[in-house]
Design a protein around this ligand. Structure first.
Ligand code: 1GP
Length: 228
């Protein structure tokens, strides 16, 4: 987990979507820094475990982003714990984490965990609706970034535009602000140009949907991010 601040690029695989063995091999051998297994709907112990078993033979680090306590599967190289900073409900900031720690606190390996402070900026994204977000303006986002770094000292601040391409100027402004906290950007990266543009500001770009739409385009984002 401590190597996360050296990453440039990660692929996010959704356990609720199908991927062929060949495409999975290409993703795992692409030179990406890590694979995150995570999704919003239909995440179950079975589909997470199945995907983990298929990724595990490869050398690429594989992390589980926990979205459902029932789907926690042992064996991953690390676990990402989202908190949704712009949710309007405390449930997504503290209550589900509290419930999980109350249940499993005695056996949790704390060193394998990292908290992600999400700021969700696409109102059409499933995660935005699922976690009852409001749309923050740029000043709000900056304040969340400062909270992430200075008050909560989070390892990750995640600008999440899932499904749509975001605002590079805002990503740049937030990147200028963060020194200790690693900035993840995710959303709508489909081309090497987009990968380069967001990689110029964010520490790590997260590439998801395009894997399932155009595998060659997805693979081309790795080199673009690495060469920026
Ligand atoms: C989703 O941030 C990731 O959680 C990636 O977004 O699926 O739009 O690439 P896309």
């Amino acid at each position: 987990m401590e190597k996360m601040n050296e990453w440039d690029h990660v692929f996010k695989l959704d356990p609720n979507k199908k991927i062929s063995d060949q495409d999975l091999q290409s993703v795992c051998e692409s030179g990406t820094d890590a694979i995150i297994v995570g999704g919003t709907d239909g995440v179950t112990f079975e589909n997470v475990h199945d995907l983990w078993e298929r990724i595990e033979p490869y050398e690429v680090p594989c992390l589980l982003e926990i979205s459902d306590i029932e789907a926690i599967t042992p064996g991953f190289d690390g676990y990402l714990i989202p908190i949704v900073l712009n949710s309007q409900h405390k449930k997504w900031l503290l209550d589900i984490q509290h419930h999980a720690v109350k249940e499993y606190g005695d056996i949790i390996d704390w060193k394998s965990m990292a908290t992600e402070g999400y700021c969700v900026l696409n109102p059409d994204a499933k995660v935005y609706q699922h976690t009852n977000c409001y749309l923050p303006d740029d000043a709000d986002v900056l304040a969340y970034a400062r909270i992430a770094e200075h008050l909560f000292q989070l390892p990750i601040f995640y600008l999440e535009y899932s499904g749509t391409y975001g605002d590079p100027k805002l990503v740049q402004r937030i990147a200028e602000e963060l020194n200790q906290t690693t900035l993840f950007y995710g959303g709508g990266i489909h081309t090497p140009e987009q990968a380069r543009e967001m990689s110029a500001h964010a520490d790590v770009i997260v590439v998801g949907n395009i894997i399932y739409e155009n595998i060659q385009a997805a693979l081309a984002t790795v080199q673009a991010a690495k060469s920026t």
